[in-house]
Design a protein around this ligand. Structure first.
Ligand code: B1M
Length: 214
């Protein structure tokens, strides 16, 4: 198997045997750590999603795949480009109520933190009320919401409504596999008084955060 295929395999098989040496090799051949994540590791995760959908994997196996992805991200994180200096703004991050998927959110956390943002991560399954309290306490410049389940897209609409009712209009950045730009523009944004932007991946999230903070 090629290095690329092996990296995808670790995620698909949920095995860490040989992962770190291969990641070390990949650091020499790929242009940057993020392209290792976005390339072979994500390809592996997509295959996991496909197999899971076809009932060829069970939740426990998908959990192991997630562990491999997390271990890979943790290993690669120190090699990612970091911009030191003044803080560009404060971001509150959360995976919405009812959703436990956090790999994408954690990636967004790393990318934003490495690029001058102060990130407050509220974790997973964050109910609107918890978010509202955190916004009042921390006064962020941006609220970042992640969700991967179809029901999470609807939960984002509810969250936007609850934030509006609480008098909050801080710009919201949304992302996650269940969302689209269209859904964001047509269903979430009309329920909110502030800006709502859709990010297709973590780097897009950074670009949009920079746009908001200009
Ligand atoms: Co689940 N899961 N899962 N899962 N899981 C999906 C999402 C699913 C599509 C798989 C499938 O069936 N094909 C499916 C959803 C179906 C649907 O709603 N339409 C699904 C399901 C059904 C479930 C359960 C219901 C299964 C069950 O229990 N029967 C259950 C739900 C539990 C719950 O949330 N209440 C469940 C559980 C799990 C595990 C716990 C086993 C595990 C998660 C572990 C963890 O996160 N700690 C898991 C996993 C790993 C997946 C898949 C395979 C991979 C997700 C992932 O980590 N991708 C996933 C299938 C898939 O997506 N292909 C699937 C890698 C990650 C880097 O990508 O999070 O998309 P992602 O982030 C991207 C972008 O979306 C974006 O940036 C990242 C890339 O740079 N992004 C943002 C994300 N958030 C952002 C926020 C931003 C900006 C960008 O700004 C704020």
């Amino acid at each position: 198997l090629s290095l690329e295929e092996r990296l995808a395999r670790y995620v698909i098989e949920g095995s860490k045997d040989g992962l770190i040496p291969d990641l070390e090799k990949a650091l020499e051949t790929y242009s940057d750590p993020l392209s290792i994540i976005n390339g072979p590791l994500m390809a592996g995760m997509d295959e996991v999603g496909r197999l899971f959908n076809n009932n060829q994997l069970i939740v426990a196996e998908v959990l192991q795949s997630a562990e491999v992805m997390k271990a890979a991200v943790a290993f690669l994180e120190p090699y990612m480009e970091k911009k030191e200096g003044s803080t560009k703004g404060k971001v509150i991050l959360a995976t919405v109520k009812g959703d436990v998927h956090d790999i994408g959110k954690n990636l967004v956390d790393i990318i934003l933190s490495n690029n001058g943002y102060e990130v407050i991560d509220l974790g997973i399954k964050v109910a609107p009320q918890q978010l509202i309290e955190a916004v009042r306490e921390h006064q962020p410049d941006i609220i970042g919401l992640s969700g991967l389940l179809v029901k999470s897209a609807q939960q984002m609409v509810v969250t936007a409504q609850d934030l509006r009712q609480a008098g909050i209009s801080t710009p919201i950045l949304v992302g996650g596999a269940a969302l689209t730009r269209k859904f964001t523009e047509n269903k979430i944004a009309p329920e909110y008084d502030g800006v709502v932007l859709y990010a297709k991946d973590a780097m897009d999230g950074l670009a949009l955060a920079n746009q908001i903070q200009q």
